[in-house]
Design a protein around this ligand. Structure first.
Ligand code: AMP
Ligand code: ZN
Length: 138
């Protein structure tokens, strides 16, 4: 993936402040942090997003993310950690190489994740849940 910025970081073609590396996974500081210590955990192999990433690699990414989250929480004394993955541009994905955001949070940091006033009509939720359940069983 010649144009992928994270592939370039993995190949050492552009710099990054690395915090963790093993044979399959690399983690480095996000260049534009929500809070200081915001980290991206990426597979060394290019996949577009989580939904395209093989299960065994997802396991490794999530386990690395947890370990890194514990370390970041300690170092920046975070009160909480958001772990997030954007999949698709409609979901806010900008870099199309799978990555997990590990974001240290503080109760007074003013960052709002999301809120909603949407509601299901009577019976709508159950119908939708059934459809998803059927899709999962396909
Ligand atoms: P997303 O919106 O989930 O695709 O997030 C992409 C993230 O990559 C953003 O938070 C950017 O700040 C971050 N980012 C983009 N380029 C770099 C880079 N060269 N080094 C570190 N982080 C980057
Ligand atoms: Zn890539």
């Amino acid at each position: 993936m010649e144009d992928c910025i994270f592939c370039k970081i993995i190949k050492g073609e552009i710099p990054a402040d690395k915090v963790y590396e093993d044979d399959r996974v690399l983690a480095f500081l996000d260049i534009s942090p929500i809070n200081k210590g915001h980290i991206l955990v990426v597979p060394k192999e290019h996949f577009e997003n989580l939904l395209e990433t093989p299960d065994e690699l997802v396991e490794k990414l999530v386990l690395a993310g947890k370990k890194i989250g514990l370390a970041v929480r300690e170092v920046v004394r975070a009160e909480g950690i958001n772990v997030g993955i954007n999949n698709g541009s409609a979901a806010g994905q900008v870099v199309f190489h799978t990555h997990i955001h590990i974001i240290p949070r503080f109760s007074d940091d003013g960052y709002k994740l999301w809120g909603s006033d949407k509601k299901y009509e009577l019976g709508e939720g159950r119908e939708l849940a059934q459809k998803i359940q059927e899709q999962l069983n396909n």
